[in-house]
Design a binder for this molecule. Structure first.
Ligand SMILES: *[C@@H]1O[C@H](CO)[C@@H](O)[C@H](O)[C@H]1NC(C)=O
Ligand SMILES: *[C@@H]1O[C@H](CO)[C@@H](O)[C@H](O)[C@H]1NC(C)=O
Ligand SMILES: *[C@H]1O[C@H](CO)[C@@H](O)[C@H](O)[C@H]1NC(C)=O
Length: 274
């Protein structure tokens, strides 16, 4: 098993090198922050908040996308639009600022629960509150997928992910194309074709499937791939991860959804720790 894991890492390395130059424009610019906050002078000092993608000298990597009005929404050209309001503000005489938010649960970096595509699971209550935190937290492999294909059974075989690997973050052409930083939804994103999803379910121990655009399923196999993954109620899908500028390899992943009773999706904060 060790030997084949090494092989995966080596393969991943090769693809990483080819994608490195494309991804290197991602930082230090922090997309989506231009319209948030203005630097305010407080006495002599300017108050400028820090926004980061990595913490502790690179040990902790934030792989969640920042929620912004211009982030893409599924099948929309307009982005997610306004999602925050400030019904109580200090400027308006309130003691504190209290904002409200409204957004679809499958927005930005998010998780899918079995009720997403199975109505009887939804009715039975298989919501995001029932997802296994052990699956969502632990050793994870970040792999680079060949850039010229969707994730088919053939691609899954080629990736040769060893038995025993339970969490895999699939980095694809979506990251190189910076699709999550574009307001317009793009249906040509890379995702799992049905046979790729089925192959993963039948031939691997993977229980957490992470991907770098709004859906793990390719647009052409949207429902079939979701059905393959979620039918067994063991696999957790984490979508729209931000995987730019990270070396492929093993990390500890930590993903925590909100405990939304009755919801088949939830925004999720995911980080990697080296
Ligand atoms: C301030 O309060 C008024 C009255 O409740 C409301 O109409 C207005 O929208 C508020 N303005 C802001 C900036 O919250
Ligand atoms: C992946 O599939 C989508 C349709 O779901 C297609 O538009 C796209 O070109 C495919 N990507 C690659 C790299 O084959
Ligand atoms: C909170 O209130 C302050 C002062 O009224 C205002 O400048 C600020 O914009 C408010 N906070 C947010 C998050 O809008």
């Amino acid at each position: 098993m060790k030997k084949s894991l090494l092989f995966v890492l080596l393969c991943a390395e090769v693809f990483a090198i080819s994608s490195l130059s494309l991804a290197s424009t991602a930082y230090p610019t922090v997309p989506g922050t231009a319209d948030i906050g203005v630097s305010v002078a407080d006495g002599d000092e300017a108050l400028i908040p820090t926004r980061r993608e990595v913490y502790d000298g690179g040990r902790i990597l934030d792989i969640s996308h920042r929620y912004t009005t211009d982030m893409p929404a599924f099948e929309s050209d307009d982005g997610i639009g306004q999602f925050l309001w400030l019904p109580k503000s200090m400027k308006n005489g309130s003691l504190a600022n209290n904002s409200e938010m409204k957004l679809p649960t499958h927005t930005g970096t998010h998780v899918d629960a079995p009720g997403h595509v199975f109505d009887h699971y939804f009715d039975a209550g298989f919501d995001v509150d029932t997802l296994d935190l052990e699956v969502l937290n632990g050793l994870a492999l970040l792999v680079d997928v060949p850039r010229d294909k969707n994730i088919t059974a053939e691609v899954m075989k080629f990736l040769n992910i060893p038995k025993g690997v339970r969490r895999v973050l699939f980095r694809t052409l979506n990251t190189d194309r910076r699709l999550m930083f574009r307001k317009e939804f793009d249906s040509s994103y890379v995702g799992f074709m049905r046979d790729g999803a089925k192959w993963l379910v039948e031939n691997t121990d993977i229980k957490l499937v992470g991907i770098d655009y709004l859906s793990v399923a390719a647009y052409d196999d949207l429902l079939p791939s979701h059905l393959e993954f979620l039918e067994g109620r063991e696999i957790i899908l984490v979508e729209a991860l931000k995987l730019d500028n990270i070396q492929p390899g093993l990390y500890n992943v930590h993903c925590l959804p909100l405990r939304l009773l009755g919801a088949e999706g939830s925004p999720i904060r995911c980080i990697l720790i080296k």
